[in-house]
Design a protein around this ligand. Sequence first.
Ligand code: ZN
Length: 73
Amino acid sequence: MIVDDAVPVCSRAGCRAPASWRIDWRNPRIHAPDRVKSWTACEEHRAFLSEYLSARNFPVASVPLDPDAESAT
Ligand SMILES: [Zn+2]
């Protein structure tokens, strides 16, 4: 997990757009039921990433990121 004090960036390879979504997913074949992986996605790639995961029959949930809440320091 990459922790940065800047705005989170989209997880899509080659994309540097600021993420506005978090995609929570897991691979039931290798991950325990309580293990959840998180990707971040920009508006443009949210559908791409969630479809990529759901096409593999992974449970997927998209959660909107709230930059105002995240950056409250
Ligand atoms: Zn993107």
